[in-house]
Ligand binder design. Structure first.
Ligand code: NAD
Length: 497
């Protein structure tokens, strides 16, 4: 075994070695070797990070918008210059291939670019002469110390969805990244310092439930953003709101792609393959279920199957590799269990990824295609979060009912040449993000990202305009500059006419 890298907290503008005596293993999923150990924060260490963020808040809040914007342009430049370094950290700890890791950084950067325009985004409204001599205007102000708790599958981008708008709005931040791939967060903290973000404005604490629970209870944390699995999202929302916090908690998904008989099947097959197996299916917007409508099934399954042997699985740093390993051995085994279970429950295993995994100790699984999947099967009901694509065959537009009856409502897509049908689908479907001949409809940075139903707890989607709203609170000022000659005491209720 190689020497283990120790991954420590970042508090008050510097690395702080954990003192709790607890840590977790970090692996290189492509080799199966443990590469690092990440410190797990104690309650006291969380308190220390929150105290640093609280101390930094008044000055950061008072920093002018033009200065914040200037710092953001520097953050943008540094992240851009270090794209490759960040992507390599992601591949080393998450396993995704380098091109995909670079794509992750690029999508995160778009959120930072949006935040560069913070002076424009925080403009309020003004009503002159709302009543005689009275003006009314609205302003948005930061919340204070806010926290983010993030999942393993986008270790750079999802934190950027949170700290990007949060800091720009004038808040200070405590990030608790996934303990599985924590290095990118500390690297980002160094870049923020270099860009001129004052010490204490951005803090990173690593850990498990101990850290998360302290964040949820801490009286000085005003709001919590969470992205992760649905059971934990529900817990975060319930516990955080019980402690008086504003919470947005994004959960898991089961994204359906509906293919109608008139669709361009080559395009649909290409889309299904990239959306199901990209990043080894470990994306909350991955397509995990294709619904083949009205006899299109045979041709579509054949077209998808034909493409699968060409997908090169291996170490994400190697040239030409398109799909890497899963994040841990336990997760790989769990995903393989779904293939076993689907077969036992009557699905047809068209391509079995258990047979095509590369040799070695890495956490690999090949790609799996399941046909004749029905809604009662575990492989249909659960979010598998791996390189497994199921196909369900239906006769009619009842495909819509499948999506709407599903407990999740993150993303969905329809493939058709009929604009009227696509428009009706967009009108009827119960999901937060809809693609029309686009399999992974992740909104661009100037819209907001979020699902419906069990894919989101809370009212506010993440990043974009809703992100700005989440990280600020409104204040409306009614002002009068009285003419001393006409001022008088009036005990009546204020009226505007
Ligand atoms: P996870 O829920 O296991 O972990 C997310 C975070 O919660 C981590 O920081 C983890 O340390 C913490 N956590 C885990 N168990 C906890 C517990 N019992 N108490 C308190 N905190 C706990 O999720 P994951 O496995 O890291 O990520 C994959 C999941 O995230 C999938 O379900 C995926 O769909 C979802 N996800 C959703 C979105 C979205 O935008 N909706 C985006 C990315 C990932």
């Amino acid at each position: 075994m190689t020497d283990l890298t120790r991954i420590s907290h970042w508090i008050g503008g510097e690395r702080v070695a954990g003192e709790s005596g607890r840590s977790g293993p970090v692996y290189n999923p492509a080799t199966g070797e443990q590469s690092g150990a990440v410190d797990f924060a104690s309650v006291e260490e969380i308190d220390r990070a929150v105290a640093a963020a609280k101390a930094a808040f008044p000055a950061w809040r008072a920093t002018s918008l033009s200065r914040k914007s200037e710092i953001y342009f520097r953050i943008r430049r540094l992240l851009d210059e270090h794209r490759d370094d960040i992507a390599r950290l992601l591949t080393a700890e998450h396993g995704k291939v380098l091109s995909d890791a670079l794509g992750e950084v690029a999508r995160g950067l778009e959120v930072i670019e949006f935040a560069c325009g913070i002076p424009h985004l925080l403009k309020g409204s003004f009503s002159e002469q709302a009543s005689t001599g009275i003006d009314v205007y609205s302003i948005r102000q930061p919340l204070g110390v806010v926290a983010g708790i993030t999942p393993f599958n986008f270790p750079a981008m999802v934190p950027m969805w949170m700290w990007g708008p949060a800091l720009a709005c004038g808040n200070t931040f405590v990030l608790k990244p996934s303990e599985k791939d924590p290095s990118a967060s500390v690297f980002t903290a160094e870049l923020l310092k270099e860009a001129g973000v004052p010490d204490g404005v951005f803090n990173v604490v690593h850990g498990d439930k101990v850290a998360v629970d302290r964040i949820l209870e801490h009286p000085d944390i005003a709001a919590v953003s969470f992205v992760g699995s649905t059971p934990i999202a529900r817990y975060i929302y319930e516990t955080g709101t019980k402690h008086g916090k504003r919470v947005q908690a994004l959960g898991g998904a089961k994204n359906h792609m509906i293919v109608l008989p008139d669709a361009d099947l080559e395009m649909a097959a290409d889309a299904a393959v990239s959306a199901a197996y990209g990043s080894a299916g470990e994306r909350c917007m991955a397509i995990s279920q294709v619904v083949a409508v009205g006899g299109v099934g045979d041709e579509l399954v054949a077209a998808i199957k034909e493409r699968l042997p060409k997908i090169k699985v291996g170490n994400g740093l190697d040239e030409g590799v398109e799909m890497g390993p899963l994040v841990t051995a336990a997760h790989r085994d769990k995903v393989a269990g779904y293939v076993e279970g689907a077969s036992a429950q009557g699905a047809t295993v068209v391509t079995d990824g258990r047979e095509t995994a590369p040799e070695g100790d890495g956490f690999f699984l090949g790609v799996t295609l399941l046909d004749d999947v029905t809604p009662e099967m575990d492989a249909y009901r659960d979010e598998i979060f791996g390189p497994v694509l199921g196909v369900t065959r239906v006769e009619t537009y009842e495909a819509l009912t499948l999506v709407n009856e599903n407990p999740y409502g993150n993303g969905t897509a329809i493939f058709t040449r009929d604009g009227g049908v696509a428009r009706q689908f967009q009108f009827d479907v119960e999901a937060g993000m809809v693609g029309v001949n686009v399999p992974i409809p992740v909104p661009v940075a100037y819209y907001s990202f979020g699902g419906w139903k069990a894919s989101l707890f809370g009212d506010t989607h993440i990043y974009g305009p809703e992100g700005i709203n989440f990280y600020t609170r409104g204040k409306v000022v009614t002002s009068r500059w009285p003419d001393p000659a006409t001022s008088k005491v009036d005990l009546g209720f204020p009226q505007t006419r």
